[in-house]
Design a protein around this ligand. Structure first.
Ligand SMILES: C[S@@+](CC[C@H](N)C(=O)[O-])C[C@H]1O[C@@H](n2cnc3c(N)ncnc32)[C@H](O)[C@@H]1O
Length: 267
């Protein structure tokens, strides 16, 4: 375990002995920053959906395509809310591949992301990690460290990918996205992917049960509910689609097996 991690978990009221969404996702992507409790939880998710590892790869490919689109459109500052652990082809790497001066702020409520991110990003002065909860948008928008990286008077690229379904309706994730929209100037972008039960609902129900038993509640949402996150943005082609159908390099058979919606909007 990394030094200081147990104290960071305690400070954020999190239980180190329970599986974590961030560490499970790291394991599903082939990373090493996870524990036995996370791997056991992923095993339960894989029983519920044997295709889930392909889903997370499709989702990650969406992160790359969406970031590249924004960077190529001229966006040079990115806010990745619910970023997860640093992995291959992170937002800052994709963005800096287009514009070496692009800045990225990673936000996650799991302190392990900060601990690993600090180590990995130490030599990249244009990139930083902040521990904050998206249920408290002011903690992001008014955070002085975020403010030293993001100039809110200029367009920003916001990503909240495979994250909003971990915020239940009662915590109003739409209010958070509305607050981030209000602080973003015209020309800003928003990329979202989000779990849905609209296609293979029975499978998704079993996955949700596996998460509930292990890491915590997940809330798949309907197309209409996901579209509401894009209020105030104009969706770019091809609109809100299943994740493997969003500008794929090659057509993927049976796209309904990858049960995330994905889209990119422009303010
Ligand atoms: C499945 S991972 C997605 C990582 C990355 N965005 C991607 O799609 O490749 C979801 C991340 O959201 C984070 N998360 C969940 N609830 C959150 C919240 N309320 N505030 C901030 N981050 C949150 C988790 O800790 C986890 O790292």
């Amino acid at each position: 375990m990394r030094p200081g991690l147990a104290a960071a978990y305690e400070a954020h009221g999190l239980d180190m002995n329970r599986a974590s969404v961030a560490r499970m996702y790291d394991y599903m992507l082939g990373g090493k920053d996870n524990y036995a409790v996370d791997r056991e939880a992923v095993a339960q998710v894989m029983v519920a959906d044997p295709d889930v590892l392909s889903l997370v790869r499709e989702n990650r490919a969406f992160v790359v395509r969406a970031t590249r689109l924004m960077a190529e459109a001229g966006i040079d500052q990115f806010l990745d809310v619910g970023s997860g652990m640093p992995t291959a082809e992170n937002v800052h790497q994709v963005a800096q591949g287009v514009n070496p001066d692009a800045r990225t702020v990673y936000i996650d409520n799991d302190p392990i992301v900060l601990v690993h991110g600090q180590a990995i990003l130490a030599d990249n002065p244009l990139t930083t990690v902040v521990t904050a909860d998206l249920r408290d948008p002011a903690a992001i928008i008014d955070n002085p460290h975020v403010g030293s990286f993001i100039d809110w008077s200029r367009p920003v690229g916001i990503l909240s990918v495979a994250t909003l379904h971990f915020v239940p309706d009662e915590d109003d994730p739409w209010a958070t996205m509305a607050a981030l929209r209000e602080v973003s100037v015209p020309g800003s972008y928003l990329a979202i992917s989000h779990a849905t039960s609209d296609t293979v609902g029975e499978t998704v129900g079993k996955v949700a049960e596996a998460y509930q038993r292990t890491a915590g509640k997940g809330t798949p949402r309907t197309r209409e509910q996901v579209l509401r996150f894009f209020e105030g943005y104009e969706l770019l082609d091809p609109g809100l689609t299943l994740v493997s159908q969003w500008r794929p390099p090659l057509p993927i058979p049976q796209p309904e097996r990858y049960w995330f919606y994905a889209g990119v909007g422009r303010r």
